[in-house]
Unconditional design. Structure first.
Length: 243
């Protein structure tokens, strides 16, 4: 069975995906921001899941998470699920961490990046970007446009890896809030399916999904020049280069 790593798997969509995948017999590597939050994964650890700990807003801890994952052996799939909606860690968690983990973890057979329908309101502008989060330079919508562009860059440049982006919908998780009107039960299904399914429909790359249906992402995310600019900028900031 596939071995799958899920970032941000303590609660919400990451936790829901983990529960379904472990129930199907998959070997999981889960992630928590710190040891206290990792305690919430004890029940899944008792079922065989491994847990790695690290704050994805900190470059040194992102490296430590990647090292911990690599020590467990090659993953079959990685779901880049962790995300925040606002605050100083917006760009570090939503964009920098997925980039670094992609570069530092041994490439799996499948990569899934969690986007949002709100990416269509984002701006493809890296002017004065502050990746550290010390200054608020970009919005949540911007961050999701950037991570979607990253996913499509990986799909284009790593043709042997099935790489896709997923809009889980506006669902009533802690981040989505009580006003969210999409179906929480469907919010994690597509990413779990793309990570583990043997169906030929899931063996594709460079696609943008919503509830297991392909959609067109914002045109800027498919702009190869913008993708290259994004990746080059992230490489300079992190000192980590995609191979």
């Amino acid at each position: 069975m596939p071995r799958i790593f899920i970032t941000g798997s303590v609660e919400g969509l990451g936790r829901n995906a983990a529960e379904d995948l472990i129930a199907d017999g998959h070997e999981l590597v889960l992630h928590a921001r710190n040891d206290r939050r990792a305690d919430a994964l004890d029940d899944l650890a008792a079922k065989g899941a491994h847990v790695v700990v690290g704050d994805l807003a900190r470059l040194d801890e992102v490296r430590a998470v990647a090292d911990g994952v690599n020590r467990l052996g090659r993953m079959d799939a990685v779901i880049h699920n962790a995300g925040v909606e606002h605050g100083a860690s917006l760009l570090p968690v939503n964009v920098v961490a997925p980039y670094m983990l992609t570069a530092l973890i041994e490439p799996p057979a499948r990569l899934v990046y969690i986007s949002s329908g709100m990416h269509r309101g984002g701006q493809p502008d890296l002017t004065d970007v502050d990746w550290s989060g010390a200054r608020r330079t970009h919005s949540y919508s911007d961050s999701k446009l950037l991570v979607t562009a990253l996913a499509l860059f990986i799909a284009r440049t790593w043709p042997d890896v099935f790489t896709n982006a997923v809009d889980p919908g506006w669902v009533p998780t802690r981040m989505g809030g009580a006003a969210a009107n999409d179906d929480l039960r469907l919010g994690h299904v597509t990413q779990a399916w793309l990570a583990a399914s043997n169906a030929s429909e899931a063996h594709v790359t460079g696609r943008y999904w919503f509830h297991q249906a392909q959609q067109q992402p914002a045109p800027a995310t498919q702009d190869e020049a913008f993708q290259e600019e994004l990746v080059d900028t992230l490489a300079r900031y992190t000192g980590v280069t995609l191979h």
